[in-house]
Write a protein that binds this ligand. Structure first.
Ligand SMILES: C[S@@+](CC[C@H](N)C(=O)[O-])C[C@H]1O[C@@H](n2cnc3c(N)ncnc32)[C@H](O)[C@@H]1O
Length: 154
């Protein structure tokens, strides 16, 4: 039987770090990662940059992995949401990170506009957000290939 889970392709840790620095993440930020995978983005946002990190993930196996890792590291500022990223209230975010296909980015942008999300930095890995113009576009070397990062402000 085919696996119904959507694919988990992680962003390399070194690229996560550049994404967070590109968005100038610091204490006082709330970093939301829709489609968080193993929660490496919210974990680094909290552990290294002092932000609150929120990962939203639909795959229960990955959610369990996130919770285990957050506990293992003793992090109190990381929240793991088990559910659909299209049913989340993004108005609490100050930074949103993405590693999703353009169609998903477009659907999320429509949701943010409907919710009135504003004054938020968005960093997208490899795929643009259709309908937004990037403030900056950079290429970062990864362990196996180059990665494109796009910075936006809503
Ligand atoms: C390409 S991975 C990115 C993981 C992580 N953000 C990173 O950069 O390492 C995309 C993740 O999105 C999750 N996903 C796909 N559709 C989702 C949805 N509707 N709600 C929540 N998570 C979803 C998948 O399970 C997968 O873990």
């Amino acid at each position: 039987m085919a696996d119904p889970r959507p694919p988990f392709v992680p962003t390399p840790e070194t690229v996560v770090d550049v994404m967070l620095r590109l968005a100038d993440v610091g204490e006082g930020d709330v970093v939301v990662d829709p489609g968080a995978g193993d929660c490496r983005v919210p974990i680094m946002a909290a552990e290294k940059y002092g932000a609150v990190g929120i990962g939203i993930e639909i795959d229960d196996v990955l959610v369990a992995r996130c919770v285990k890792e957050v506990r293992r590291r003793g992090l109190s500022k990381v929240y793991v949401v088990y559910g659909d990223m299209y049913r989340f209230d993004y108005r609490l975010a100050t930074v949103i990170t993405l590693y999703l296909l353009p169609d998903s980015n477009k659907r999320l942008l429509e949701l943010w506009r409907k919710l009135g999300v504003s004054n938020v930095r968005v960093v997208s890995h490899d795929f643009e957000v259709p309908g937004l113009s990037p403030l900056a576009t950079i290429e970062v070397g990864g362990p196996l290939r180059g990665h494109w990062l796009y910075l936006y402000r809503l």
